[in-house]
Design a protein around this ligand. Structure first.
Ligand code: ADE
Length: 273
């Protein structure tokens, strides 16, 4: 996969040389190219921002450097057909970045990220490229950062670990929270390793039992518990038809019951943990 990032802070993306993404780059599985937006300015101060039309606080990123930069990046590859890039625009006003979107992006050959600073990029840039490209305005969460570079690090890591051969063990994403499959829509429960006892705390007996059926059931109950506590919205969205009798019993213990609309709701006050 090829990834281009246009930014005024290429050094902010230094972590892309480290760990999983750094190794994927070194192995040639990921071709990441960083571009300094200021290389496409033409004034002495290498200006990339200006005051907003209509007034208000902050500055807006000028369209000209973005247009020149993106045209130059796009000129290096196909802009239509199977090889065409997805333009990913990080912004707190975008659609939520989810595991589903990460999976979709991981299947594409080329991503171009445009992390902005200040109050964002002049709207005409996004509107212009949206006429020719698949443009995704994406938010990594309901909070406002100082710029889109940290969101790019987040998204590139989430996508890169899904690329074939990037994670050591192909099974490792199977049970990820938010991964599709048997545990779809549930958060992953707790994990343990050696030693069997640490500071007087023992590893749950079932995990040392060697009984795969009981272990699977215990993990699923823990996933249900954790989801109920941390993300009740996921339980509410969950399809009861995808759950077995034991799942329903565990959820009932946690105070959840399927309602007449077929969705879960809190039957009563949840049992305190
Ligand atoms: N830029 C600033 N805050 C952001 C967020 N939450 N997601 C994506 N880009 C951003």
């Amino acid at each position: 996969m090829r990834i281009d990032v246009v930014t005024i802070f290429p050094e902010y993306l230094e972590p892309l040389n480290v760990s999983l993404v750094g190794k994927a780059r070194a192995r040639g599985q990921l071709d990441v190219r960083l571009h300094d937006l200021r290389d496409w300015t033409h004034d002495r101060h290498r200006t990339v921002d200006d005051t907003p039309y209509g007034g208000g606080p902050g500055m807006v990123m000028k369209p000209e450097p973005w247009g020149e930069a993106l045209d130059a990046v796009l000129a290096a590859g196909p802009s239509a057909g199977d090889g065409a890039p997805v333009l990913v625009v990080p912004t707190p006003s975008g659609r939520p970045f989810t595991q589903e979107l990460a999976v979709e992006l991981a299947a594409r050959p080329w991503l171009i990220f445009t992390p902005a600073r200040y109050e964002g990029i002049d709207r005409r840039v996004i509107d212009d490229y949206a006429e020719r490209l698949d443009v995704r305005e994406v938010s990594i969460g309901d909070y406002v950062l100082a710029g889109g570079e940290a969101p790019v690090l987040v998204m590139v890591e989430a996508v890169a670990r899904l690329l074939p051969g990037v994670l050591g063990n192909a099974e490792s994403h199977r049970d990820d929270s938010f991964a599709p499959g048997a545990m779809a829509g549930l958060l992953e429960g707790p994990v343990y390793t050696k030693p069997p006892e640490w500071r007087g705390r023992a590893v749950p007996e079932v995990l040392i039992s060697g009984h795969h059926g009981r272990i699977g059931r215990w993990r699923r109950d823990e996933a249900l518990r954790r989801t109920s506590t941390h993300r009740p919205d996921l339980v509410e969205r969950c399809d009861p038809a995808a759950l077995d009798k034991r799942d329903l019993a565990t959820l009932a213990e946690l105070g959840w019951e399927p309602g007449p609309d077929g969705r879960f709701g809190r039957a009563s006050r949840p049992v305190e943990e």
